[in-house]
Write a protein that binds this ligand. Structure first.
Ligand code: MN
Ligand code: MN
Length: 417
């Protein structure tokens, strides 16, 4: 670390070694693998790190260096732009589990909420519907999904890792884990206050109807009605289904097959953009027509790669981090800035219209989703804006000379290195 004199926040010279040496918490944090290197890297552009001798959670510090010691460019209070599914209450049942990050956990997120769910082989997320539209991405394993159209046609398909689905609000659907080990997936709803606890469940409807009405409705006798569930099911284990072809035949074959494809096989899609910084796939209603309320960018950034400075004119951005380490700075009017670190299973949030970048700060690929409550994925690139203005106008605003302005990439790169 050396004994370098740094300029303190009030213009006072001080020894960083003295300050770093003062706190046992800092030493404990430095003992964690990689933290001393990260902390030194963060010094550039930061105030000299004053020790934190009071209570600290050293694991949290190690995960969040930009929160522990923010860059000096940060300013003001944007509110929370981060939450982790790993902190959310996990509802565990026989056959699977679920947890959610909604506006209750991330108060700025009015438009979007998320659920992370696991189903064992054969286990069901019970037949249900809800007030929100449901976009999903498979994270692990395989599942069978079904959804009914109002005209009585039905969509049945099997999905695997990186596949998407979209179920419109009110459309009844099911999800079942397949072999050998079921599935895990991310659900994204187009309502911030959506709750997985507030869905319309088949098992609960049949508990709320007088039995004589159900006998009349189903054309069944009292003995059959007496067998119906008396408890909420929600997630429960079951036998594995028959083959996809057999299930499609069992529900009526081609004559009742949905003409709408509610699944999207993202592995079959070429990247929308790819370069040395990584690649991005844009999936919205233009290439996945059912997805009318959620537009997605699936981004892979190589180590050192940057999702360029940009903003979205059509809504807030709800992010899900799938792999790697990254950081984002959100710029919010007036004049606010917040830098936050992200890891796998974290949720990030960008308020509507706010400027942001995402940088891969790790040594492996950073993989994440940018999700907007909209039918189209739309963004503005700062570089693209600056390079499509008269150079004198840019010079007058940013004090750059013409040679410097000409170096700014003119193409909307989306990702760069
Ligand atoms: Mn659902
Ligand atoms: Mn974005």
């Amino acid at each position: 670390m050396g004994n370098t004199k740094d300029e303190g926040p009030f213009g006072l010279g001080w020894s960083r070694r003295n300050f770093l040496g003062a706190g046992s918490t800092v030493l404990a944090a430095a003992a964690l693998a990689g933290i001393s290197q990260t902390a030194q890297g963060q010094q550039k552009g930061n105030y000299p790190l004053v020790s934190d001798p009071g209570p600290s959670d050293v694991w949290q510090l190690a995960e969040n260096p930009s929160t522990d010691n923010p860059p000096r460019t940060d300013h003001g209070d944007l509110g929370s732009i981060w939450y982790s599914f790993n902190l959310a209450h996990k509802r565990v049942q026989h056959g699977g589990w679920t947890r959610q990050v909604t506006q209750r956990e991330l108060p700025l997120s009015k438009d979007v909420a998320g659920v992370n769910m696991r189903l064992g082989a054969g286990s069901f997320r019970e037949l249900h519907w809800h007030t929100a539209g449901e976009w999903a991405m498979m994270l692990y394993g395989t599942a069978r999904i079904t959804v009914l159209n109002p005209d009585g046609t039905v969509f049945i398909d099997d999905v695997g890792k990186d596949d998407l689905w979209f179920f419109p609000a009110g459309y009844p659907h099911s999800i079942q884990g397949l072999g050998p080990d079921g599935c895990e997936f991310l659900l994204v709803f187009d309502e911030g206050m959506f709750s997985e606890e507030d869905t319309f469940l088949l098992s609960e409807w049949v508990q709320r109807i007088p039995h004589d009405v159900m006998e009349k409705n189903f054309g069944l006798g009292a003995d059959a009605i007496a067998k119906l569930p008396t408890e909420q099911m929600f997630i429960f284990p079951a036998a594995l289904p028959r083959s996809l072809a057999e299930d499609k035949a069992a529900v009526g074959g081609p004559s009742v097959q949905s003409t709408v494809n509610y699944a999207f096989k993202m592995k079959d899609m070429a990247p929308t953009k790819a370069n040395a910084g990584g690649e991005v796939r844009i999936v919205d209603s233009r290439n996945f027509p059912p997805s009318t309320t959620i537009a997605a960018g699936f981004v892979t950034l190589k180590p050192g790669g940057l999702r360029e400075l940009h903003w979205h004119p059509n809504g807030s951005e709800w992010q899900y981090y799938i792999a790697g380490k990254g950081r984002m700075t959100v710029f919010g009017a007036p004049g606010r800035g917040r830098t936050q670190d992200f890891s796998a299973n974290d949720v990030g949030f960008v308020p509507s219209m706010s400027g942001h970048y995402i940088e891969n700060t790790g040594d492996a690929d950073l993989v994440f989703l940018e999700l907007i409550r909209s039918d189209k994925f739309v963004d503005f690139s700062l570089n693209n804006w600056l390079s499509h203005l008269p150079p004198e106008m840019v010079e007058a605003h940013l004090n750059l000379d013409q040679a410097e302005i000409s170096k700014i990439p003119t193409e909307k790169l989306v990702i760069m290195k």
